[in-house]
Design a protein around this ligand. Sequence first.
Ligand code: TRP
Length: 326
Amino acid sequence: METVFSGIQPSGGFHIGNWLGAVQNWVKLQDDYRCIFCIVDLHALTQHYEPAEMSERVITLTSELLACGIDPARSILFVQSHVPEHTELAWILATVTPHGDLSRMTQFKDKSERAPDNINAGLLTYPVLMAADILLYKATRVPVGDDQVQHLELAREITRKFNARFGETFPEPQPLFTKATRILGLDGKTKMSKSVGNSLLIADPPEVIRKKIGNAFTDPTRVRKVDPGHPESCYVCGLQGYFASPEETARLHEGCRSATAGCVDSKRALAENMINALAPLREKAAEWKAHPDKIRQVLGDGAQTARVIAADTMARVRERLGLLAP
Ligand code: TRP
């Protein structure tokens, strides 16, 4: 079985973009790959955050991942900071990473622009830590959304550089593209993101879902209810397909196109379907959260398994580097 590695940041708010765009796919990958899923808390340190909230965020995210169907009996689920080899390998990989490549990364530039008061070196070396995550487990497949393609390209470049300098050590990780679902935020403008404030959380209760969907972006050319709408360019209509049956989706789109249904009708249907779809996830996550000891047990087991692989990789890496054995 090929090894898949992917990571998710505990940025506080697991939203439908994470679910539809990544985690639903992770759940399916468990059937065909040896999967390693990592809660990348060290990556999350590169942006403003509240130390008092971090551990709780990790626990909550774990409960949500488990609720979605990440199965610790088949996959390794663990927290990045529980396996110190990630940062050790990141340092080593940084020594073969061209500074220019890092400063050219689109996400580095975007994040620097968004938070000019916090352009830290960790933000710059973020993709090196990401490369270390993947290479530590010699993963060959990395499921990525289009916002991570550039980072994975760099990880591949770093792999080639390391192998060329120190001998064939790591396989080059390949992207694993799936029918790309890039879920936009409720404003219909940018990618759904907690920090942008345009997200709908898996944990949102029904009244919040109704309110958020009520304010979501729709076809801007449809000013009055009698104007025919354009479902293909309407954010709300686009989301229907993920939560309603194909028949209901077709009916809702037709109602929009023929102006027999208004945007408000469309939004109501979406909100109710979402509430129904998310309810079981919310319940399962709540069940897990009621037993934080069980969550810790899952993460403890995951880290233990991960550490064995990581230690083995690092022993070989130190040898390749020519470091004096202790
Ligand atoms: N940078 C990824 C994101 O924000 C998270 C991540 C960290 C990751 N390490 C990874 C993804 C390794 C894939 C592989 O989405």
